[in-house]
Design a protein around this ligand. Structure first.
Ligand code: ADP
Ligand code: MG
Length: 682
């Protein structure tokens, strides 16, 4: 039971609702709701000594107060004990304010001093009626993050109550605190809520103060604790042991037109070891676009098959699923292995037949979209689930695939991500997974050249495209992203094809977009892959996974509208063959600051990990991880950039606490996550 607090709002009350918006659900959550900044109300400045531009607190008596017309304002003149005078002015106000400002009232005003028309003034100062000689606060005044309808005063009062009445015991043993050179919890938390006026303001502001370090460390530690505990809990489940037999995997590698890179061999080995264990693998395979993750997945799937168990590969789009099916099919056909294919728009009969082959266990491998996790799909011998482009799926969808497995055992999970995840983020938000890194691209690739061009040069680009295509090259033309409307996006795509067809009658031009039927998409992709089309006009449906090594040109219109990861993914569609590839980013003007920054990064960088680091810096972790966020508490105080060195320590300590002091771990988790931790258990 979390401790109760006298003064805590009743369940269902308006205030409880407002607090919930701040993620404050229990009294204890108030304790770690920390100030954004502080105001110094511990001092009074004589009016005569205030300077325009400075924030100050003054105290004086109202000598006059009036509502002016025609521009309705409330204007009060205040005189302090040293005889200085100042105007306090309100442009928006309730009538009741005038009563508080009745002549003779004594007030403290806090705000920015300005040089106004009537002399020095404060506009909309914070106001506090006081008695003569009323004591000043002893500590800085915290300003908390809050939400409309919940004022600072109310929040301060509640937090004050929590600090006075709830236990602030320190779960970290003193020896550990000393070792890490961290202050005690109560000491740190009191200081941050109510700093003494002589504190190093800069250290407080930059959050480098030891008190902040303690709080940020606890936050990182709690994140490690909860993710590692989820990891350990999942290891307690049973999984089918898939010992490497080598029969199928070896045959596959012998038939391949290429040999695995050293990185692919290493990662394949890591996965093979996991699959042979009696508990489920929980591994994230990270590799830049084009690093060759598919073949690694294929090896893992064959390891299941050679043991007589099923494996399923789920991809986020039909185009990608279809391509995987085609590619794996080509690789596995020589081994006499057949793959079931499940996508949303398949014909009923074909679909029923596939389902039956999977249900009977006749077919061991399945590839599909989220159609794989729909109800009628039965994979009685599922022992391995592979999720490609995992960031495109929500937590629930990933778990749903797991549930398809044989009862009593959980399938091994291999998640693949083409959006490289910076190390700090991997160590924090993905601490519940084992990570394999494909940090080498297959040989023979030449890096893509990137060019920037404004819309004004579109005509010139079309002319160059013609020359290139007539010389045998193939190109993608990516239509602008129109987030507000899929219909509008489609319209633009149709128009683009028309314009290009008119301008380039001698070229064969195809069009692909999300509204096409599966078979139509497959046909267009196949025609492009076979070299029958010069240009493929496309919406962002081609963003992930599409692999046509012969295509060596890409034009992206209104590139400024795309995110960094998206641009990198799109650009990753070319530069897959031996030919020198070029990506032209056409941008519209005016460019926003952020768009300019993104284009600069994508122009200068080819390495997905470097781009991801920039992206994380520009957008922050919440935006960066997107779908995975559901259910995961984000870091509120610790910063992956500035606090990177603490992460490793937090991780080690988390393991130590889980093993040696589980009650301390419980206490930390309860304090920071309260009831929210349950969401992580999956
Ligand atoms: P991604 O990691 O982006 O999913 P893919 O698995 O689609 O990359 O692989 C990209 C391309 O590289 C494919 O055409 C694939 O067949 C090819 N490929 C993969 N591994 C190698 C290798 N070791 N040598 C040469 N080509 C490879
Ligand atoms: Mg891929």
């Amino acid at each position: 039971m979390p401790p109760a607090l006298h003064g805590w709002p009743a369940e269902g009350s308006r205030q409880a609702g407002l607090l919930a918006r701040l993620d404050i659900h229990e009294p204890e959550d108030l304790i770690v709701h920390l100030p954004l900044r502080y105001e110094d109300e511990t001092r009074l400045t004589p009016i005569a000594q205030t300077r325009p531009g400075e924030t100050a607190q003054i105290e004086g008596e109202v000598i006059s107060c009036e509502i002016t017309q025609p521009r309705r304002q409330l204007r009060a003149r205040v005189r302090d004990d040293s005889g200085g005078e100042m105007i306090a002015r309100w442009i928006n106000f309730y009538a009741s304010l005038q009563k508080q400002l009745a002549p003779g009232r004594r007030l403290r005003l806090f705000g920015e001093v300005r040089d106004g028309f009537f002399g020095i003034e404060m506009v909309h100062p914070r106001l506090r009626p006081v008695e003569k000689n009323e004591a000043l606060p002893q500590t800085l005044t915290p300003v908390y993050p809050t939400t409309a309808g919940l004022g600072q005063a109310a929040l301060r009062r509640l937090i004050g109550l929590a600090l006075e009445n709830l236990p602030l015991d320190d779960p970290l043993p003193a020896a550990i605190r000393r070792r890490l050179d961290l202050p005690g919890f109560a000491e740190a938390i009191r200081l941050l809520h109510r700093p003494p006026p002589e504190i190093d303001a800069r250290a407080l502001e930059t959050r480098a103060h030891p008190a902040w370090r303690r709080i940020k460390f606890d936050e990182l530690l709690v994140q490690q604790l909860s993710l590692r505990r989820a990891y350990n809990a999942r290891r307690l489940h049973q999984a089918v042991r898939l010992a490497p037999q080598g029969t199928l995997t070896r045959a596959l590698l012998e038939h391949l037109p290429f040999t695995l890179t050293a990185a692919q061999r290493r990662v394949t080995e890591e996965i093979a070891v996991d699959l042979a264990a009696p508990h489920p693998m929980q591994r994230l395979l990270q590799g830049d676009v084009g690093s060759g993750k598919t073949i690694v997945a294929a090896c893992a799937m064959l390891q299941a098959a050679e043991n007589g168990w099923q494996a399923a590969l789920m991809a986020p789009t039909e185009i990608l699923a279809e391509q995987h099916h085609r590619k794996l099919g080509a690789w596995l056909a020589p081994l006499g292995i057949d793959i079931a294919w499940l996508a949303g728009n398949r014909k009923k009969r074909a679909r029923a037949a596939e389902l039956e082959r999977l249900r009977s266990g006749e077919c061991l491998l399945a590839v599909g979209t989220h159609a794989l996790i729909e109800d009628p799909v039965d994979l009685p011998r599922l022992a391995l689930a592979v999720i490609d482009e995992q960031h495109r799926f929500g937590v629930r969808q990933r778990l749903a695939l797991r549930e398809k497995g044989a009862s009593g055992a959980r399938p091994h999970m291999l998640m693949m991500s083409a959006t490289p995840i910076p190390r700090t983020l991997a160590m924090t938000h993905y601490a519940d997974l084992d990570i394999s890194l494909l940090d080498e691209s297959p040989p023979g690739r030449t890096p893509v050249r990137t060019r920037l061009a404004s819309t004004a040069r579109r005509g010139e680009i079309i002319a160059r495209l013609k020359t290139a295509c007539l010389a045998g090259r193939q190109a993608y033309w990516v239509c602008p992203l129109i987030e507000e409307s899929e219909a509008l996006q489609l319209k633009t795509a149709l128009e683009t094809r028309e314009t290009l067809e008119t301008a380039l009658p001698e070229l064969r031009i195809g069009l692909i977009h999300g509204r096409l039927k599966s078979e139509e998409k497959a046909a267009v992709m196949a025609a492009f892959a076979a070299g029958e089309l010069h240009i493929l006009v496309a919406t962002t449906v081609i963003e992930v996974g599409v692999d046509v090594p012969r295509a060596s040109l890409m034009i992206i219109e209104h590139a400024e509208r795309f995110g960094l990861a998206q641009l990198h993914q799109l650009r990753g569609r070319i530069g897959r063959g031996a030919a020198r590839s070029t990506c032209i980013l056409i941008y519209g003007q005016p460019l926003s600051e952020a768009a300019r920054a993104r284009l600069k990064v994508i122009y200068e960088q080819n390495d997905g990990f470097a781009i991801a680091r920039e992206d994380l810096r520009i957008r922050g972790p919440g935006e960066f991880i997107g779908a995975r966020q559901s259910g995961l508490p984000l870091l509120r105080y610790a910063d992956l950039d500035t606090d990177a060195e603490m992460i490793e320590t937090a991780r080690e300590l988390a393991e130590e606490l889980l093993a040696t002091a589980p009650q301390a771990a419980d206490k930390l988790l309860a304090r920071w996550l309260g009831g929210r931790e349950a969401l992580l258990r999956a």
